[in-house]
Design a protein around this ligand. Sequence first.
Ligand code: PMP
Length: 363
Amino acid sequence: MKTIYNFSAGPAVLPKSVLEKAQSELVNYQNSGMSVMELSHRSSLFETIIQQAEALLRELMNIPDNYKVLFLQGGASLQFTMVPLNLAQNKKAIYVNTGSWSKKAISEAKKLGNVNIEVIASSEDKNFSYIPEIKKEDVPQDAAYVHITTNNTIEGTAYYKLPDTGDVPIVADMSSNILSINYNVADFGLIYAGAQKNIGPAGLTVVIVREDLIGQSEVLSAMLDYNIQAKNDSLYNTPPTYAIYMAKLVFEWIKENGGVSQMEKRNKEKAALLYNEIDASALFSSPVNPKDRSINNIPFITGSDDLDKKFNQEAVTEGFENLKGHRSVGGMRASLYNAFPKKGVEALTAFMKKFEAENGGNN
Ligand code: PMP
C-alpha cells in the first residue's frame, strides 16, 4: 500500500491499530457470528460497547459524576441549535465570535425567536487570527451561557486559557481539540464535539452536559431534547452504533498511549516542529497570532496564490493528502490530530525545505 500522510481537517486520520482491530472484528464480533453493524442496539453486546465507550471517555476526560455523556447524531452543527433550544429558551445567550464555526453557531442560535443572542467579543476585524480577551465585567451575569469554540478548525486558533465568565457556564464547541489537549471538564457547563477528528468516524456527536443545565420541556422534539436523550442513555432511537464502537476503540487507544496528557505532549511536539519550520522560513508564514496558535490545525501561506497552488499540487504527488487550506482562507492547512504521526510532520517539513530551496526562499 502506498504511504500517504493524511492532513485532513475531518474526517481525519485514525490510528492504524484501531482500523486493524476493527478489521479483525468486522465480520464476526466476539464470536457472535455477526458484525457490530448487524447487532441490535438493544443487544447486550452493543450495550456493553456503549457503556464501555462512556466509561472510557469519563476516565480519559476525568468527567465528574454530575455530568451526562450523550452519544448523538446530527454533527456539531445540530448542537448549534440544540444548545440554545435546551439551555436558553426565553433567556440571554452570549457568544464569542472566533471563526467560521462560531459564526454558524451564532446564526443558528439567532434563528430561534425566543433566545436573546449577544456577541460580546469577536476577532473578525483581523480575519479571526487571534482569540479576543473577555473580562468578567463583559459577561452579563443573567445569561444562560457563554459559547466559545475552543479550537477554530479553519482559522487555526485555540483557547489555552478559558475566559472568566463568573457564574455563567461556558458552553464549548470542542469539535477539533477534544481529547487532544487537557481541559478541565468542570470548567464547562456543556461540551460538544463532532467525532470525525479526534474520536472516530463521522456520524457521532458527543455531548457532555452538567445535569443541572438539562431542562424539562413539554414541547421539544424528543430527538432534540437532552433530557430525553439522557434518560434513555442515548438509546432513545437507534444510535450510530458502528461509530460508537469505533469511538470506543479510539478511546482504548488513547488510554493505552498514556491518556490525554500524553496526547497533548505529542501534539505539542508535532505542532512545534511545523511552527519552527514556518517561523524559520523566508517563504512560508503563519497568519495566526503566535500565542493563540492551534496545535491541531495549522494554516500557512507563501503570500503568493501561484506558489500556494504549486505547493499543493507537488504535495499531493509526494503523498501529502488534504493539505490545501480551507476554501474560505486559501493557502495550506495541516491538521495534526492525535492519530497523525510525528514522522508525517517531519516528512512535511523536509518537503517544505526542498520546495523553498527550489522556489526562491533565502533560508
Ligand atoms: N465546529 C467545529 C469547530 C468544526 O471544526 C466543525 C467541523 N469541521 C463543526 C463545528 C461542524 O461539525 P459537523 O460537520 O459535525 O456538523
